[in-house]
Write a new protein. Sequence first.
Length: 433
Amino acid sequence: MEKKSVNDNSTVNRQNGNNGKNCNNRQNGNNGKNFTHEKKNTREKKCANEKKCINEKKCGSCKYLHLTYKEQLKKKEEFVKKELEKCPDLKGRFKPIIGMENPWNYRNKVTAVFDRDRKGNPISGVYQEGTHRVIPVERCLIEDELADKIIGTIRGMLRSFKIKVYDEDTGYGLLRYVLVRRGFATGEVMVVMVTASPIFPSKRNFTNALLKAHPEITTVVQNVNNRTDSLILGDKQQILYGKGYIEDVLCGCRFRISPASFYQINPVQTEKLYTKAVELAGLSGKETVIDAYCGIGTIGMIASKHAQNVISVEMNPDAVRDAIVNAKVNGIKNVRFYRADAGQFLTQMAAEGAKVDVLLMDPPRNGSTEEFLRSAALLGAGKIVYISCNPVTLGRDLGVLKKLGYRAEECWMVDMFPWTGHVETAVLLVRKP
């Protein structure tokens, strides 16, 4: 999964993968060949190979482009099962992975880092894995096509507006990154220009020219990042056009998304994941639910339709502001939002003797903390639905929860990030009597 940080503000690089092969067993005594399966598999490979990425080896993000989509799903299932094999409760309880009908151009957020080539021409793309060398990317098979076009337009406008790209070595230059976010359900498009200085010459004319080229854009924001670390977004920003955020619809709820707010990058699969998570919770309308690491309130608001009340916790102030607005827009009155560290918040609740029925948790890639999990147990949660983007840390945390008296009942896998090595999982845990 795309790395979730405190402000959804991680570096622009991709993870590399190793080549894997899915060899079919010989059977039926026909010279070791299953002709029906072989013909079908050939057609699948041809379909998969119609999509060619010129940056595949340099970028390293899409480790499964050499496989058919069906083979890729099998690889991910095997990976999750292997990482969770230390959790004996889940043996025989893995459900088939949920894939996509169309696994291309699914990313609703695209971030491009800007640099210069050897001739001094502006380029945009991603960092090569483990380096700060920029790999030029004009078109990506998993990114939204409109977002790629907008980034290309901006790249082509830089010379005429005499805008220099930022040089990490010298600290000279203005434009560092461009972030494009799109609401697939609403069609709204946000462009964030990340600059090293608040001084943006001709920014009004630049914005007007960009809007003329792409009237689909609904808001443009300048974000200022003059730090020397690897984070993309700075703390200060100015709205150059529109309302400064976009909206999208997920599971029947409307959500406001600011530049720094975390929002899942594949809305089609997110709906499947969140619907399954709420289904696993088995809510009757009488429960008190905690939505930990809630972001802009997505899963908690979806669950609120089936619960008595929901307590949502999030550290990111922008996300909390968006979440409060989202609840009002959707007429949801049984959700309360708190800006706090999830672990500390649950510890305080447990110390005060509070009790909850269900815990929904979707932590970042490094997983949860033992403090958080112990507090969840002290709160008496009868069910925990653990959504994870990292089977390694999920396995670790399931081990802690087992010691705290929870039994893993079933595991669902959702292919949120086709062609990459990432996979999303949802595990239901039930408190032992």
